[in-house]
Design a protein around this ligand. Sequence first.
Ligand code: G3H
Ligand code: 13P
Ligand code: ZN
Ligand code: NA
Length: 279
Amino acid sequence: KQANPRSLIENARRGGYAVGAYNMHNEETTEALVWAAERSNSPIFLQVGRAIIPHMGVRRAFEMTKRIAEKSNADYVIHLDHGSWDEVLEAIKLGFSSVMYDGAHLPFEENIATTRKIVEIAHAFGIPVEAELGKIPDVGQSVNWEDYYTDVEEARRFVAETGIDYLAISVGIVHGVVPGIPLEPINIQRIKDIKAATGIPLVLHGASGLTQQEVDAARAAGVHKFNADTDLRHAFRAGFEAVWAKGDRQLEEAMAEGRTRMIDATIDKMKSYGCIGKS
Ligand code: G3H
Ligand code: 13P
Ligand code: ZN
Ligand code: NA
């Protein structure tokens, strides 16, 4: 059933674990996420994100996710990931129960002002808001990390002045994983400092490719929502390609194998975040 996003995160905070948030991409990948949650009794954030929106629009993605989730026994939240101003407003109208507004590309003062307006609107509908401070690069991009990291003093002001519910931070993580490209180790001390300055639950994006040691350290430092996409997409692809490699097959057979592998990969993430059996 639809869960209250604040309660999922608050329960995770109190229980010392984290909840996973995963992006849906089509019917089969949405089923994989929902069925993984159902099978392992794990709470789940189902995210409508950057890849799906240009492909089918916020409304169709939301309706597909809702239809599949409603048929299950899973405790789920439908969440807008990396939303623009217009997308957040559309999501609120459609009935999303949690939204992320991503103003990380804006100058700091503008990010504060815009995020604060989003929070006023969303909170009027009882919807919690995730926002991003610092910038999260894509894998393979070469960056000067100090320009990308979330600044601790800025985080303190940002949270105090916007009233957001959870903060997405940049601490060495990247969006994506490419075999052969080593990932930067994440900066756990920076997570602790941001947590101490803000006091609100933190969100770690780009969680694909993290080691279990990093996940555990991030969780202990105050991260209670991990966003993972690429590792699950790779699992789906591996299943699809395993069928395809046998010669010409029906798409359905390949998609079913992709879905099976993605369920297993999602349950692995849930184990890693410690949220199995928490719903
Ligand atoms: O394992 C410890 C908890 O995750 C601490 O989190 O600082 O949000 O209470 P908290
Ligand atoms: P990854 O693709 O690196 O797992 O990142 C997912 C994400 O942050 C979605 O917002
Ligand atoms: Zn992200
Ligand atoms: Na990543």
